[in-house]
Design a protein around this ligand. Structure first.
Ligand SMILES: NC(=O)C1=CN([C@@H]2O[C@H](COP(=O)(O)OP(=O)(O)OC[C@H]3O[C@@H](n4cnc5c(N)ncnc54)[C@H](OP(=O)(O)O)[C@@H]3O)[C@@H](O)[C@H]2O)C=CC1
Ligand SMILES: CC(C)(CO)C(=O)C(=O)O
Length: 322
């Protein structure tokens, strides 16, 4: 079995490097400065176990891959990049192989099912950081991360088991689940604060904003009849397998959305996080003005070419009532 990582950034980089260090065959699909750095000098994984250098082969495009029947593909791009990645995978010959959406948000799996029959969701609990090309950081301990996986719409199969075994050899806890989307909706609630974290200066009080966004979202999910499962610290597995710990000399660079802005990535995932709540609210006739506004603010920030942390608490408060 070969594990193909589509999108070698924070999550794809940590998972790919940890798998490679465990002896697993890995192939990356990367781009830009990360691709150049890995080809030039490999990749460094920074974690509670220190800094470990490793390497795995990387291509720039799926068309360079001869897919094997027992390949497993981990889709590790941001939600706004999914369609392009899925189209390229199909054009390159991927067919019935298991495809795992290692992504936040709840729509990637549904999109992937248009292209492929064997789609699995993954609830990714892994505080990953990618700022410098060729280096990825995880603040997860004792395991680097904790994943829940399962087929979409439901059930588990041999691919979940095979991935679990490979991930656990690489120090990433993995729990196959018959209803993975329930935990992905739980994770969506945790991600409603990503853009708050991206907009405000580091150290600013985020909780009053995220609480309001989550309360609004819960009303929307209930009206939509969507069941979710809590995946925060109330999940007893979190304390045992994956706590967020400080690492000397390697500060966490904030949420994945903040990291996109810090890297000048040119897009953020907010339309698939807060924007999902806005969408569900509109479909089910429940107002979700706060989450809808967050999506607009994020789009404005990207369009203005602004970096992370440019808004004060007072400005965000005013923007949310505007
Ligand atoms: N970081 C974290 O702590 C966590 C992230 N997640 C989720 O995991 C998913 C991945 O996030 P994260 O790893 O942070 O994102 P990153 O932006 O760090 O990594 C994604 C990588 O994929 C690359 N990419 C995008 N499209 C393509 C393509 N077509 N071909 C090749 N490479 C491509 C991006 O390149 P480029 O940089 O040029 O855009 C980037 O390097 C997201 O859904 C996120 O919400 C979940 C839990 C925690
Ligand atoms: C780790 C967490 C929950 C928030 O930082 C996340 O999922 C992200 O950064 O996207």
């Amino acid at each position: 079995m070969r594990i193909i990582i589509h999108g070698v950034g924070a999550i794809g980089g940590v998972v790919g490097a940890a798998l490679a260090l465990s002896g697993q065959e890995v192939l990356g699909i990367a781009r830009g400065r990360m691709l150049d750095a890995i080809r030039d000098k490999g990749i460094a994984l920074v974690s509670v176990n220190g800094r470990q250098e490793t390497s795995f082969p990387c291509v720039a495009h799926p068309s360079e891959i001869d897919f094997r029947p027992d390949d497993i593909v981990l889709l590790c791009v941001k939600g706004q990049d999914s369609v392009a990645a899925l189209e390229a995978l199909r054009a390159a010959g991927l067919r019935d192989q298991a495809l795992f959406c290692c992504q936040n948000g709840v729509v990637n799996e549904r999109v992937a099912l248009r292209y492929f029959p064997n789609v699995h969701g993954v609830t990714v609990m892994l505080p990953g950081t990618y700022i410098e090309p060729g280096e990825v950081i995880t603040h997860g301990a004792p395991c680097y991360g904790m994943f829940e996986t399962g087929r979409v719409p439901g059930g588990t199969d041999a691919a979940d088991l095979a991935l679990k075994q490979a991930l656990e050899r690489a120090n990433i806890a993995c729990f196959p689940s018959e209803a993975v989307m329930e935990s992905k909706y739980g994770k969506l609630l945790l991600n409603l604060g990503n853009t708050v974290d991206a907009l405000l200066p580091q150290g600013a009080e985020q909780a009053p904003f995220t609480k309001r966004l989550v309360a609004e979202a819960k009303t929307v999910l209930r009206a939509a009849g969507i069941v979710w499962r809590d995946v925060g610290m109330d999940d007893p597995r979190r304390n045992e397998f994956m706590r967020v710990v400080p690492l000397e000399g390697a500060a966490r660079a904030g949420s994945s959305t903040r990291q996109s802005l810090a890297r000048g990535a040119g897009s953020v995932e907010t339309d698939y996080l807060n924007g999902e709540i806005a969408l569900l609210g509109r479909l089910h006739g429940v107002p979700a003005p706060l989450n809808a506004r967050m999506a607009v603010l994020a789009a404005e920030l990207v369009a203005a070419g602004k970096g992370a942390g440019g808004m004060s608490v007072e400005e965000l408060e005013a923007a949310l009532v505007a």
